[in-house]
Design a protein around this ligand. Sequence first.
Ligand code: PMP
Length: 308
Amino acid sequence: MAQLQKPAYVFMDGRLVAWDDAKVHVGSEALLRGVSVFEGIKGYWQHDEREFSLLALKQHYERLKRSARLIQVPFEWSYEQLQAAATQLISKLVAPDKDMWMRATVVAVEGHWGENTKTDLILTAYTQPKQRPEPIDVGISTWQRPGDASQPARIKSVTNYQVSRMARIEGRRQGFSDMILLNPWGRVAEATGACLLMVRDGRVVTPPPWECCLESITADIIEALCKELSLPFERRPVDRTELLVANEACLLGTLAELVPIRSIEGAPLAGGDVLPRLADGFWGFVRGQRKLPGFELTPIVASGVART
Ligand code: PMP
């Protein structure tokens, strides 16, 4: 059974606070209407174990700002402030043998129906095993990712995860580790907390955001990697039946990284060598063993000491 870790500290109200004291008021719009947007950001020990770095921090900062703008809440933090806050928290919580996943959440702590809104930036960080994910079996949910006129998937809003949560509960009952959500037109949108990537006849394919999925930073990383490896990469709609006859498929996301999909709705995928090549390139990059144009690893901690 998955359990939420309880790390010693949380960053909120501009400082570190003990986990048990990290509270948001019952009258806040964050609680009343789910007015909150967030980012999940992954931190990796580099291959020489000397530096701990955050992946694509700039892109995550920009998307957080975009999400806040789209739900119309104030966003007052600079990139440098986010980096400094992350350094403060992670240097307290980082462990030598573990990677980390940091959640940066913009929470509406004051305001009413969009008037006089005040927000806080809350950071939590959790340790993660350093291994690559194992292949999983997935199902296709009866729950849908809604369209842009109701709950836009482009906004990384906490309310989008209510459908994801129900799909996961549905999947758990059926013995699946994760579920694929279709869009209102019956095509593939994404998984509950990751995008979907498939390989068909040597071409790497993922649905674009207008098919009702998040604008994925990991998809952009894989696009850059495909360019380096001379693999054709396409963003285009994917029918449910096309996914079922894909050669290879994986979940794609910051936390998911590249989780290979073994079977969909009980039907095994044929398999191939494209995803293993992409996975090798991805892990080479996040551990600092190769460069990728347009993406950076931001050093946060050097062997247990915060970088200033
Ligand atoms: N879709 C959803 C619903 C997600 O939660 C995530 C994870 N952030 C993704 C897609 C993948 O996005 P990214 O690669 O930017 O993490």
